[in-house]
Design a protein around this ligand. Structure first.
Ligand SMILES: *[C@@H]1O[C@H](CO)[C@@H](O)[C@H](O)[C@H]1NC(C)=O
Ligand SMILES: *[C@@H]1O[C@H](CO)[C@@H](O)[C@H](O)[C@H]1NC(C)=O
Length: 153
């Protein structure tokens, strides 16, 4: 009984940690920086996105389509944004990977709701590794469910 309860807690924690991943930062094969923003837009709000980063206390806008605001000049023509299914946006930035500050906070906003993640330059992971990681956590969840049912029966 205690063991099942423990497993349920582990299962819950895994689920929650898998769901709170609203922003992921990784490096593409060609060394471009990729930021995925997976915030669910609130209904009845203007659909918009905003990507920025901060280092120290300086925040600069990389790409946005919020009317009235515009990206910092250094990022013009360097980044593009595409829509992700079922919701969210992916921003790709070319040419800044080598000159990133050591400690950078990546921020994104969708329709006003924001998420951020602090990533050190030498801890940036290849995007291919991120998807492996996601797959791994899903197989973990499956294992736990199977084990849970197994111990109950
Ligand atoms: C921002 O871009 C998205 C996707 O292209 C679009 O649906 C949305 O209407 C745009 N928002 C604004 C404020 O232009
Ligand atoms: C990186 O910056 C963030 C936000 O400014 C700070 O909270 C964090 O401690 C810093 N990390 C390192 C290793 O300097």
């Amino acid at each position: 009984m205690l063991r099942s309860a423990l497993l349920l807690v582990v299962f819950g924690v895994l689920l929650v940690s898998a769901q709170s991943d609203k922003i992921t930062v990784c490096l593409e094969d060609d060394n471009d920086l990729r930021v995925d923003c997976l915030i669910k837009p609130k209904p009845n709000q203007i659909d918009s996105y905003e990507f920025s980063w901060a280092s120290g206390n300086k925040e600069v806008l990389i790409n946005t389509n919020v009317s009235g605001s515009s990206a910092d000049n250094q990022f013009k023509e360097k980044s593009y944004v595409e829509e992700l299914k079922p919701h969210g946006y992916r921003m790709t930035l070319k040419g800044f990977t080598d000159t990133l500050p050591h400690n950078t906070t990546y921020l994104c906003k969708i329709s006003g709701s924001g998420a951020s993640e602090n990533v050190e330059k030498n801890k940036l992971v290849p995007c291919s590794a991120v998807s492996v990681l996601l797959r791994t956590s899903w197989s973990w969840i499956l294992c736990v469910i199977l084990f849970f049912y197994h111990t109950r029966n």
